[in-house]
Design a protein around this ligand. Structure first.
Ligand SMILES: [Zn+2]
Length: 113
């Protein structure tokens, strides 16, 4: 639990710094800067790293709103063992399993015409 939090907080420091920088700018600049920052970050990350970072950002948001560790799909607590294995997990194992199956299912059902 402690290591997981430290890892998230380390990312959070980086994001806070970016946020501070952005908050001093005009709204339209923020939008542009956010895109620029995203593009810069993404350019230096592999695809899986970029997805991991996105998951971290979303996990941090849930940490802020007090929703961390709660399944975003069904609202049940995510099992501690799952959070230990996957600190950024947004869904419980049941919903993750159903989600994967749904995605595959939808792909199979994609209309051909
Ligand atoms: Zn769930």
């Amino acid at each position: 639990m402690r290591r997981r939090r430290e890892l998230l907080l380390r990312y959070r420091d980086e994001l806070d710094r970016a946020d501070e920088e952005l908050s001093e700018r005009q709204p339209e600049d923020v939008q542009r800067a956010t895109e620029l920052w995203d593009a810069t970050v993404l350019a230096h990350l592999g695809e899986s790293d970029a997805r991991a970072l996105l998951e971290v950002v979303q996990a941090l948001r849930r940490l802020d709103t007090g929703d961390y560790g709660v399944c975003v799909t069904c609202g049940e607590d995510i099992a501690p063992a799952r959070l230990d294995a996957l600190p950024t997990a947004a869904t419980c194992i049941e919903c993750a399993t159903i989600g994967d199956r749904d995605r595959r299912h939808r792909r199979d059902l994609r209309p051909s015409a």
